[in-house]
Design a protein around this ligand. Structure first.
Ligand SMILES: Cc1cc2nc3c(=O)[nH]c(=O)nc-3n(C[C@H](O)[C@H](O)[C@H](O)COP(=O)(O)OP(=O)(O)OC[C@H]3O[C@@H](n4cnc5c(N)ncnc54)[C@H](O)[C@@H]3O)c2cc1C
Length: 450
């Protein structure tokens, strides 16, 4: 016997829970199907949430005990590593940036169960079930198959993260290993006092411990789209999370193991200093949208279905912050679903409204297509190499006490080969600079020195 609902949602992550909340508050009969026994159990991602946005989404969040001992990010050092060696390419930022200041570390296995309970207060149900396929009526999705039976609804939402179970079954998504990174998380424990000294943490007016950008985020090295960052939390008994991402396609092509990349990271001076005096506890894995996945899904809706969050490839391209995009899309989808149920309008035009509405928000800015293009064709590496060469020349000449015209004259030829790339970079920067406080794209505003 199939169960009947107005809205069936696959996945109780950031997108699914907010979609459910807003659809249920609008009067719809909603169920979330979540494969984990407890929401968050199968999701170890989410190093940072934007705290003020979380509070808007889920009032009471900022006062929860699970935030105790977690740390806020006060700044960031950004480094590109085109040669896989330890070189900063002049793009180090260490500001007291407002955007980053509101970033709060979290563990998803702690936040998601609380969010799920809050979600239920809106009237939505959460059922522990693993969805395996869509149910069709002609070319319209009318429900899902799961290990707990069939669930039918005129509105189905794929919020299953990178698993994108319905996206793949319906053909809305069809990415392969070149679009997915494996995230490896090493957990260490160190001496909290020692960590505080190394990191120069301080306490803000609200009593939150702030990491003032002590640790670099490593990024770049096309085509692998790999990245890594480290979060140290003295207030959590000296917990250290070292997170490394590597594209599956690169691992397959080069027969490498992500632990090899991790070993390279562990020997980098900033990490080595800390980890030398700490003990390894465990490691964990999760998948992450690869940098150029963004914008890959051509359509976020079809007859009977909407797709959002990671399932729709909506992670932010540079650093893969995706929770905020997922949440915003969840809110939009949930409100639209409530409207559709009230009006009993399940036309394709109404489903298309979903895409039209999220495109009016900052999500469209955050998913800056120019950035993807620059990353995909390697322009950034080329320009960075040229800058590096030019800067080397500059420093060399400065020590020889050269006159500035001679220095500039000498540097110019080094830039000439990449002149054609510069407008692309400028276009990408302009796109990113349109972003506002909630947008992970602000990272690039920091990079540009504003
Ligand atoms: C290591 C790591 C660190 C990250 N750090 C950050 C960060 O600091 N800040 C940030 O904003 N983003 C971060 N991200 C990205 C962020 O986690 C995602 O963008 C965000 O979780 C996407 O939300 P979502 O609702 O689309 O999907 P998810 O959070 O992936 O939720 C999907 C849910 O669907 C369930 N599900 C999957 N398949 C099925 C199925 N077949 N049947 C039933 N249920 C199913 C899953 O169990 C899960 O609960 C990180 C990701 C990783 C891997």
């Amino acid at each position: 016997m199939a169960e009947n609902y107005d809205v069936v949602i696959v996945g109780a992550g950031p997108s699914g829970t907010l979609a459910a909340k807003h659809a249920a508050l609008g009067g719809a009969k909603v169920v979330i199907l979540e494969r984990a026994a407890i929401p968050g159990q199968k999701n170890m991602s989410g190093s940072y949430f934007f705290k003020s946005f979380m509070e808007e989404c889920w009032p009471g969040f900022k006062d929860q005990d699970f935030l105790d001992g977690h740390i806020k990010l006060g700044g960031v050092q950004f480094a590109w590593t085109p040669d896989n060696d330890y070189k900063f390419y002049g793009m180090i930022v260490q500001p007291g940036a407002e955007t980053m200041y509101e970033m709060q570390t979290v563990f998803r296995n702690e936040t998601d169960p609380w969010v799920a309970e809050e979600c239920k207060k809106s009237g939505a149900e959460i059922v522990c079930a693993t969805v395996s396929d869509a149910i069709w009526d002609g070319d319209r999705v009318i429900g899902v198959k799961s290990d707990k039976g069939d669930f039918l609804a005129p509105i189905v939402m794929d919020c299953s993260g990178l698993h994108a179970i319905l996206g793949r079954r319906t053909g809305l998504t069809n990415w392969g290993p070149d679009k997915v990174m494996l995230g490896l998380k090493y957990i260490f424990k160190g001496d909290p006092d020692e960590l505080r000294k190394l990191m120069n943490t301080y306490f803000d007016d609200e009593g939150n411990e702030v990491d003032y950008g002590a640790f670099p985020i490593f990024a770049g090295n096309r085509p692998e789209f790999w990245g890594a960052h480290c979060v140290c939390e003295p207030g959590r008994d000296g917990t250290i999370n070292l997170i490394i991402y590597q594209c599956l396609a690169e691992m397959i092509a080069n027969k490498t193991n992500i632990h090899q990349r991790a070993q390279w990271m562990l020997n980098m001076p900033p990490y080595k200093n800390i980890l030398d005096a700490s003990d390894f506890v465990y490691c964990n894995f999760h998948c992450l949208a690869s940098g150029d996945l963004v914008g890959y899904v051509k359509k976020s809706y079809m007859k009977g279905m909407m797709i959002m969050g990671d399932a729709g490839g909506f992670a932010q391209p540079l650093d893969n912050f995706g929770a905020n995009c997922a949440q915003m899309q969840g809110i939009i989808a949930g409100k639209l679903a409530a409207e559709m149920v009230k009006e009993k309008d399940y036309s394709l035009e109404k489903f298309a409204e979903f895409e039209a509405r999220w495109k009016e928000t900052w999500i469209a800015d955050d998913n800056v297509p120019e950035v993807n293009r620059v990353m995909r064709n390697g322009s950034i590496d080329v320009v960075i190499d040229a800058m590096d060469e030019a800067m080397n020349f500059f420093f060399q000449k400065k020590f020889e006490n050269y006159a500035y015209p001679a220095i500039i004259g000498g540097m110019l030829p080094k830039f000439l080969p990449v002149m054609g790339e510069l407008p692309v970079i400028v276009g990408a920067m302009e796109g990113i600079l349109r972003t506002g406080v909630r947008k992970a794209g602000d990272m690039m505003a920091l990079l540009s020195g504003d």
